[in-house]
Design a protein around this ligand. Structure first.
Ligand code: PAN
Ligand code: ZN
Length: 193
């Protein structure tokens, strides 16, 4: 008997983003994102100080015998490393036929999307925004607010996660703070192809 061939319900706390029962929690600290933030001095200073948690992933797979749906709540804490707002690492799916749906439940920010050919989008996010991520678009969420941002991602476990392209090239644009406000600027470390 495969337990995931039977219905299963979880409970989300809309104020904290906690998901019960017993989901797997993965914290990501500044040191885990050292390749992603553009200001390497600010990265080193943050790691030396207390290496804060930037976000946590609370994930639950449903690997049934015929399919393998999954959900993950990502909780991004407010803050910056240098002038760059906290974000998820960002990745492409290993399989190029795998879409995903993101649903912003709390907070404000952007969903950055980029294709291998350089096509780029920044979708403004508020609670209630639901974004479809088509196959072969890299995706990253940025928290530009003063409070926690959390969202749910709905995908398949077989999609896989590839971080290599984002580690090497970043996204086309960065979301940085200028005069107390978020703006998008071209990524200065983008290596031309
Ligand atoms: C999400 C992400 C989650 C964390 O569940 O994995 O938001 O982001 P990173 O994986 O980029 O660190 C998802 O997109 N799954 O496919
Ligand atoms: Zn994904």
């Amino acid at each position: 008997m495969n337990p995931y061939d039977y219905p299963l319900s979880l409970k989300l706390d809309f104020s904290t983003g906690a998901l019960e029962p017993g989901v797997h929690v993965t914290p990501r600290r500044v040191s885990d994102l050292a390749l992603m933030f553009h200001d390497k001095e600010a990265v080193a200073a943050a790691i030396a100080q207390r290496d804060p948690v930037v976000y946590e992933i609370l994930s639950q797979g449903f690997p049934g015998s015929r399919t393998d749906a999954a959900i993950a709540i990502s909780r991004i804490y407010p803050g910056r490393v240098g002038d760059e707002y906290h974000f998820t690492k960002g990745h492409f799916h290993e399989r190029d036929d795998q879409a995903e749906v993101y649903f912003c439940l709390k907070g404000e920010g952007y969903l950055l999307l980029e294709r291998a050919d350089g096509e780029f989008r920044a979708e403004p996010w508020q609670p209630g925004t639901i974004s479809h991520i088509p196959p072969a678009w890299g995706h990253r969420v940025v928290n530009t607010g003063r409070d926690l941002l959390f969202f749910i991602g709905i995908y398949h476990l077989s999609a896989g996660h590839s971080y290599k392209q984002v580690e090497e090239r970043g996204f086309a644009q960065l979301v940085v703070e200028r005069d107390g406000r978020p703006i998008l600027i071209p990524n200065p470390r983008r290596i031309p192809r």
